[in-house]
Design a protein around this ligand. Structure first.
Ligand code: NCD
Ligand code: ZN
Length: 364
């Protein structure tokens, strides 16, 4: 029998006496909403707590042109629960053939907030991504000129490079040369998973920031692999060794304005995760805010939670923070989250950190 992650792990928690915190409504600076029945089924999981989210364009086929982004945005708005004011911030999927003028007019129209760079083949639905950064320099130069952010999936795809080293090698081989070549381009290293990623952000004086996911702060590669493989802990970039988890957790909880939340909540149907060749992606939209309160509380950094979830992201993307608030409360009884979200496409398993959490978002 496969062992599961310890359910009642002893932690030093609860540490502080704080049992309630009100913060500016958070945003999610990296989110997969998908399309069709999946979109409809999982949308409320994000709109319940988040004001805005940067929407990933890796649909099948991907969202490449401004026209496709406009249509996708309409489908997202139509899928919002009644009364929701959630604002999807759209991105275009960068390809070798992207037209710089289409990108700049989409930005001028207020339709997009970023362009997404996937190295071809790096992750789920990235087959149409960039094959060589030199092919997209005209687009990147235009973006630098107009102040549009490039969101980067920072992993090399060279089959010779070990999967656990792909982020560090990308920094040396692609990201740093790009930043030296085009320092005016605003860049986001998305979902950083290593100390190398943290150190690189800290070494940059302007125009560069990083998003961090909830799950990468909570699990390392032992959680994924020891005692049986856990398909719902498999995502890309893959979780790393403990020292990297601690480095990104320190960065996230530090309050440093260059780090902010991007959940990378990435729903896949259970049969596509629990199989011989499972898809990458952790679905964390449902319980991200309680899990983050747990993490920041455990590290005695609750005072920095709002910076990470609600202030640092808007600052990087030249937006104002949301106007309203949410309240998180800690109680003596453990919070319960749904194990799965049932969509009309099928079930999606919600990320389970493997231990109890006492925080929850108070219903407004
Ligand atoms: C994402 C997905 O499923 O679309 N998967 C993941 O593991 N994060 C793609 C991505 O952002 O890499
Ligand atoms: Zn993603």
């Amino acid at each position: 029998m496969h062992s599961t992650v310890e359910k009642d792990k002893k932690t030093s928690y609860p540490k502080t006496m704080i049992d309630k915190i009100t913060i500016t409504r958070p945003d999610d600076w990296h989110l997969h909403l998908r399309d069709g029945d999946m979109l409809k089924g999982i949308m409320p999981e994000t709109t319940r707590h988040f004001g805005r989210a940067i929407i990933m364009p890796n649909l099948i086929p991907p969202v490449i042109t401004s026209n496709e982004a406009r249509m996708y945005r309409d489908r997202i708005l139509a899928a919002r629960p009644v009364g929701s004011t959630f604002n999807p911030l759209m991105t275009l999927y960068l390809t070798d053939k992207t037209d710089p003028n289409d990108v700049s007019s989409a930005f001028a129209d207020g339709l997009i907030n970023a362009v997404k760079y996937y190295p071809a083949g790096a992750t789920t639905n990235s087959e149409s991504g960039v094959t060589n950064i030199n092919n997209v320099m005209p687009v990147l130069e235009k973006m630098a000129e107009i102040g549009l952010t490039l969101c980067i999936h920072g992993e090399v795809t060279d089959p010779e490079i070990d999967i656990f080293d792909r982020e560090a090698v990308f920094i040396d081989k692609v990201l740093n040369p790009l930043r030296l070549n085009l320092p005016e381009l605003k860049t986001t290293s998305e979902h950083i998973t290593t100390k190398d990623g943290v150190d690189y952000v800290k070494s940059q004086s302007k125009n560069h920031a990083a998003s961090i996911t909830t799950h990468h702060m909570m699990i390392n590669r032992n959680h994924l692999l020891v005692g049986g493989i856990k398909p719902h802990y498999y995502c890309l970039p893959v979780v790393k060794r403990e020292e990297h988890r601690l480095a990104i957790r320190d960065a996230a909880t530090s309050g440093d304005s260059r780090f902010f939340l991007g959940t990378d909540s990435a729903p896949h149907l259970d049969p596509n995760k629990e199989t011989g060749c499972g898809c990458a992606g952790c679905f964390t939209a449902t319980n991200t805010m309680p899990l983050l309160a747990h993490v920041f509380d455990e590290d005695n950094k609750l005072k920095n939670l709002e910076k990470f979830t609600s202030f640092n992201g808007p600052k990087h993307y030249d937006l104002e923070p949301n106007q309203d608030t949410i309240t998180l409360v800690k109680s003596d009884t453990a919070s319960s989250f749904p194990e799965k979200i049932q969509t009309n496409d099928g079930p999606v398993t919600v990320f389970d950190p493997g231990h109890k959490v006492y925080w929850k978002v108070r219903d407004s």
